[in-house]
Design a protein around this ligand. Structure first.
Ligand code: CA
Length: 261
């Protein structure tokens, strides 16, 4: 692959800002290396995978900001990777890399939930512009939520505890707090059991028993009842056949907009 334009100097966004992490799934070694070098020269942290299976695995790791996904791949093709990835990471930005003339692939990719596509061969400038545009509108990095509130009390994420209006406190397990944090960072969106398993428990793949999630939610709801047994407004809503979401009467309390890294 030829990069017709120089990627320019690495962007300096201040030393406190974490570098964005991009996964590149591409089986052509020269293209893969070219993209990785270009991303690193432009201030990104980049990791590559040479086939679909490894790509899916890498994309699901903690802290990934964006995935560049080739479609014709060994082991698992790009559309299969995208379909699997969307079960656990419905909003993770994905840009597909397609061959010139493969319009059908592009349409299918977008229909499968890709955010954008880039046609090979592409220039470094073109690819970087697409990456930046997709990252700018990405919901994956919402303002960090410090706490959530309803009429009956507050869940404090720093302390992993529920503080009821009566002053009584109940501690949350790491997983219970994790479920609430994930729902609170995706307000207004239904989160599937698969997504919770992957994002909170770190367990992935199909065939995983999701009933365990329901049991955790039931116990968590029990803890969220006030000490005198009042349910109050619903903290977690069950969406039949789909998963869970934060209740409509839950208020988010945002952390201060500083990024201690
Ligand atoms: Ca390929």
């Amino acid at each position: 692959m030829h990069f017709r334009e120089s990627p320019g100097k690495p962007k300096r966004k201040g030393h406190n800002v974490k570098r964005r992490k991009v996964v590149v799934v591409e089986d052509e070694p020269a293209i893969l290396q070219g993209i990785l070098d270009m991303l690193e020269a432009s201030g990104y942290e980049a990791a590559g995978a040479p086939d679909g299976e490894a790509g899916l695995d890498l994309s699901r790791r903690q802290g990934v900001d964006l995935v560049l996904l080739d479609l014709l791949l060994p082991k698992m093709n790009g559309l299969q990777v995208l379909a699997e990835l969307r079960k656990t990471h419905p909003t993770l930005p994905v840009i597909i890399l397609t061959a010139r003339g493969a319009e059908e692939d592009r349409v299918r990719g977008l229909r499968h939930g890709a955010d954008d596509y880039v046609v090979k061969p592409f220039s470094a400038r073109e690819l970087l512009a697409r990456i930046e545009a997709v990252l700018r509108r990405s919901p994956e990095r919402p303002a960090p939520v410090k706490a959530i509130k309803t009429a009956t009390g507050t869940v404090d994420f720093d302390r992993s505890e529920i503080v009821f209006n009566s002053g009584q406190r109940t501690g949350l397990s790491e997983m219970e707090a994790g479920v609430l944090v994930h729902l609170a960072t995706n307000p207004g969106r239904v989160v599937s059991r698969d997504e919770l398993l992957m994002r909170v428990w770190g367990i992935g793949g199909a065939n995983v028993e999701t009933r365990a999630i329901d049991m955790h939610i039931t116990r968590l709801r029990g803890k969220l009842k006030t000490p005198d047994g009042d349910n109050g407004p619903e903290w977690i809503v069950t969406v039949r056949g789909k998963g869970y979401m934060l209740g409509p009467d839950v208020t988010l309390v945002a952390s201060e907009q500083t990024e201690p890294e």
